[in-house]
Design a protein around this ligand. Sequence first.
Ligand code: PLP
Length: 402
Amino acid sequence: MNYDTLFQTALDGLRADGSYRYFAELERHAGKFPKAFHHGVGRDVTVWCSNDYLGMGQHPDVIAAIHKSLDESGAGAGGTRNISGTNHYHVSLERELASLHGKESALLFNSGYLSNWVTLGTLAARLPGCVVISDELNHASMIEGIRHSRAEKRIFKHNDLQDLEAKLKEFPLETPKIVAFESVYSMNGDIAPIEEICDIADRYNAMTYLDEVHAVGMYGPQGGGVAQERGLEHRLTVIEGTLGKAYGVVGGYIAASAALCDFVRSFGSGFIFSTSLPPMIAAGVLASVRHLRHSDAERKGQKAAVASLRKKLEAVKLPYMPAQSHITPVMVGDAALCREVTDRLLKEHGHYLQPINYPTVPRGTERLRLTPGPLHTEADLDSLVRALNHVWQELNLPRAGA
Ligand SMILES: *Cc1c(COP(=O)(O)O)cnc(C)c1O
C-alpha cells in the first residue's frame, strides 16, 4: 500500500475544486504594520486580511511586557497548569479577563479554538442529558467541541429566533441545554440579536454560550465585546474570546461563574493535559487587554478606516456587503476568479488579500474579506481601491447595482 498516493489523491480533489490552500509566507515588520515582506513575490506588501485588527501585535506596551517577562521568567511555562505550569501572569490575566467581562472567573486556553472545543465538549458531555442548540454558521471549533461531546444537538437557522425557539421547545424544561452562538460572524460580518437570544434561552432554562472572538478588544467601552457594548454581559452564561485577534498575541479564554470555570478546569481534558502558555505570552496579552480597556484610540481609528474604505468602494461601485460589524466582504462568487483577483492584487499591485473560498464559505459566495485597521493610511486605502477597480475592469467582474 502506497499511503502517499492516497494522500495525494485526496489533495488532488481539493486542487480540482479550487479549495486547496496555499499559504502566503510573510515576514511582518514590527513598527511597520500592516506592511510585511512577502516571500512568494519577494517584496513588501500591504496586508488587508489580518485579524490583528488593531495592530496590537506591534504595540510598544505589548512588546515591552513580553521582553520583560522573557528576561525574568524564561521562554516556557514548564508544565501543565496543574504540574508547575501556573505562572503569576496566568493568574493575573485570568483575573483581568474576568473583570473585563464582569464575571466571577475566567479560564485561559492555548487558543480560542481550544477554549470552544474544550468548554463545549466538557459541558455537553458531563452534564447528564445535555442538549446543544447551535447556530448553523458557528465556527468549526464549536462544531467540533459539540461533536466530540456526543451530546444530542440541534442546529438552528442563522440568527433565526423562531427556529431557535422551535428547537428549544422540543425538550422538557428540566433538560440541561446550551444555546451556542457568536456575536460577530466573521465571514458575513453580521451580528447576532444577543438580547433576544438570551430572552428565549431564559424561557427554556438554557445556558447561553457566546463566542466573541471577533469582537473582544473591538466593541464596548473597554473592549469587552458586543455584549459589553449592549450592556448584556450578565445575561450570558459563558463569554468566550481569543487573545490572538484584536489583542494581537495568542491564546483563548472563557469568562463565566466561578463554578463553571472550576468545572471546566477540573474535567476538561484539553485544558488539563496540555502545557500552559509561556508566561511572556500571558504578560504580553495582559498588557494588550489593559491597554484596550483604557484606550479608545485604536477602536476609533479602526472604525474610521472601515468607513473610509466603504465610501471609496461605493465611489467605484465595488460590490461589498454593508455588514453591521467592522468586516467588509467583497463578493466575487467564483473560486477561480476569486483566486485570480487576489493573485493580480498581489503580483501587480502589492496588496495581499487571501481569497475566501469553499469550505470556509458556501460555493458561489466566494469573496474577499477586508479588515482595514487604524494603521492603514488613507493612501493605503486609495491604493487598494484603485487596484481593485483596475482588476475588476480587467476581469469584467460585476459592479454594485448592475
Ligand atoms: C478564529 C476563531 C476562533 C479560534 O480562535 P483562535 O484563537 O484563532 O484559535 C474561534 N471562533 C471564531 C468565530 C473564530 O473566528
